[in-house]
Design a binder for this molecule. Structure first.
Ligand code: BES
Ligand code: ZN
Ligand code: ZN
Length: 479
């Protein structure tokens, strides 16, 4: 993360300021001259939502929070406004900014979040990092109503989102399956959760046939990382389990993707795995009273002399057999083994994140997460409330058993593709064959990686999923 949050101890005449209000008549104008205050009033009367006053040593931005829209929409508009203001401040080479208000706490926090996430950069591979780096590095919050805890939770979730983006932006030339596991170990060490990494021989001895099949074409060994955060005080008897797809690069394998476009961004195919590691990191850093386990099977998917081929029958870790008809449907092969592994925990709920299907992306694009699953309606509502609150919205697809017809195989227990219709759903139904607990599948193929700048979500890796999960577990902790 390039930016961090702190409490403003005092405000000096050199500090850049953003001042919030809901009521344009009640703006705090104590930092303005009479002429400036008149100018602001005039601008606001013309329905401007944001006025910038350029003083000698600093800028003051007066920001009017929309009071008519729905609360979640207002928060999203605040994040987007924060992103824009961060750009203005960077242009002026500002290092820090102070956000002020006494009443609009949620909006101010959302604005700060948008500023920080919009300020993210991935400069690891640039020679002249200093020159390219944004200057803004400190967001100070001057509001007595916002607690130190609010500030530290915001720090944690933004940091976790940015570290997800870092992992997803890393090319496979660095981020092999082994390296991904090492990154998880480092996160665990930093935040205080345990990690255990299964290497290839352990994975072979466990007979994780799906993960091994996908790995057959690779010269890099697979890994299977188990992360666990189990605090002394925990509110859940049974653990929550998070599962994430860790395909560090997807060429499609022998069912090779066409090189034009479709392979260019396939380093993002471990975004689900990154969400899992980062969510454990955030939960452990924030010391939420939640027992949670993270599972990430990882490999790259490549064509090679020994690569798995269409027509192969693979015996999975669960013992079920799969007829492989497309080696590009590899995510479900490795996730199935992880979902079977999760059964031993008798989990409260398993949530799995994956860039699983182009079909999900085609159906809803980059503005939401395709979700499906078997959890009760109360949990679905809690998930939706969190998703809407952070604006990582869910679009629920049907999960009817009739779709299982489409993945029937003549010679094995199922096949790994379902044909041209309902591709996102047949992928989900395939995974459901390896599950015996309440389960939600989140297909993030659309929003995980975007090709043009989308406000504070940025360009390239967005880190989607982490704010959603953290909000969900934060709410669980406060119940
Ligand atoms: N990793 C891809 C899905 C994907 C597509 C992720 C676009 C991000 C952006 C996945 O492994 C895949 O190739 N799925 C196939 C499944 C098909 C062969 C049944 C697809 O969606 O085309
Ligand atoms: Zn694929
Ligand atoms: Zn894939």
């Amino acid at each position: 993360m390039n930016t961090s949050f702190s409490r403003a101890k005092s405000v000096t005449e050199n500090d850049h300021l953003v001042i919030f209000t809901k009521d344009i008549k009640k703006f705090n104008t104590s930092f303005l001259t009479t002429a400036e205050a008149d100018y602001v009033k005039e601008e606001l009367a013309n329905e401007s939502k944001q006025v910038l006053v350029n003083q000698y040593k600093r800028v003051i931005i007066l920001y009017v929070v929309d009071k008519n829209a729905d609360k979640n929409k207002v928060l999203e508009l605040s994040r987007k406004a924060g992103d824009k203001v961060a750009a203005v401040l960077n242009k002026r080479k500002a290092k820090s900014v102070t956000l002020m208000d006494e009443n609009l706490t949620d909006e101010l926090l959302a604005f700060a979040e948008g500023m920080c996430l919009g300020n993210y950069q991935f400069l690891k591979y640039k020679k002249d990092k200093e020159k390219d780096a944004n200057t803004l590095s400190e967001i100070k919050i001057a509001s007595k109503k916002i607690s130190d805890k609010d500030i530290s939770l915001l720090n944690v979730v933004c940091e976790a989102t940015c570290l997800t983006r870092n992992l997803v932006n890393e090319p496979q030339s660095f981020l092999t399956a082994t390296q991904l596991a090492k990154e998880f170990q480092a996160l665990g060490k930093d935040a205080g959760f345990t990690t255990e990494v299964f290497n290839k021989s352990k994975i072979q001895s466990m007979k994780m046939g799906g993960l091994l099949a996908v790995n057959q074409g690779s010269i890099e060994p697979p890994t299977f990382t188990v992360m666990e955060y189990k605090p002394n005080r925990k509110i859940n008897k049974k653990p929550y389990v998070l599962v994430g797809k860790g395909v560090v690069y997807d060429t499609g394998g022998l069912s090779l993707k066409p090189t034009l476009n479709s392979m260019d961004y396939m380093k993002c195919d471990m975004a689900g795995g990154a969400i899992v590691g980062a969510t454990l990191y955030a939960i452990a850093k924030a010391k939420l009273p939640i027992h949670v386990i993270g599972l990430v099977p990882a490999t790259d998917n490549r064509p090679d002399g020994n690569a798995y081929t269409p027509g192969d029958v693979v015996t999975m870790y669960s013992g079920l057999t799969v007829e492989v008809l497309n080696t590009d449907a590899e995510g479900r092969m490795i996730l199935a083994d992880a979902l079977h592994y999760a059964k031993q925990y008798d989990p409260e709920l398993v949530m799995e994140f994956s860039t699983l299907t182009g079909a999900a992306s085609v159906a809803i694009g980059q503005y939401g997460i395709v979700s499906m699953g078997t959890v009760d309606s109360r949990t679905k509502k809690e998930l939706n409330d969190s998703a809407n609150h952070v604006y990582e919205r869910l679009v629920e697809f049907p999960f009817w058993e009739e779709y299982d017809e489409l993945i029937k195989s003549d010679i094995a227990d199922m096949k790994n593709v379902g044909g041209p219709s309902a591709g996102a759903i047949t992928a989900g139904r395939f995974l459901n064959k390896f599950v015996n607990y309440p389960y939600m599948h989140f297909d993030i193929a659309g929003p995980a990686f975007v090709k043009s700048t989308d406000s504070y979500r940025g360009k390239n890796a967005t880190g989607i999923g982490v704010r959603f999960m953290f909000d969900f577990f934060k709410n669980k902790s406060s119940k």
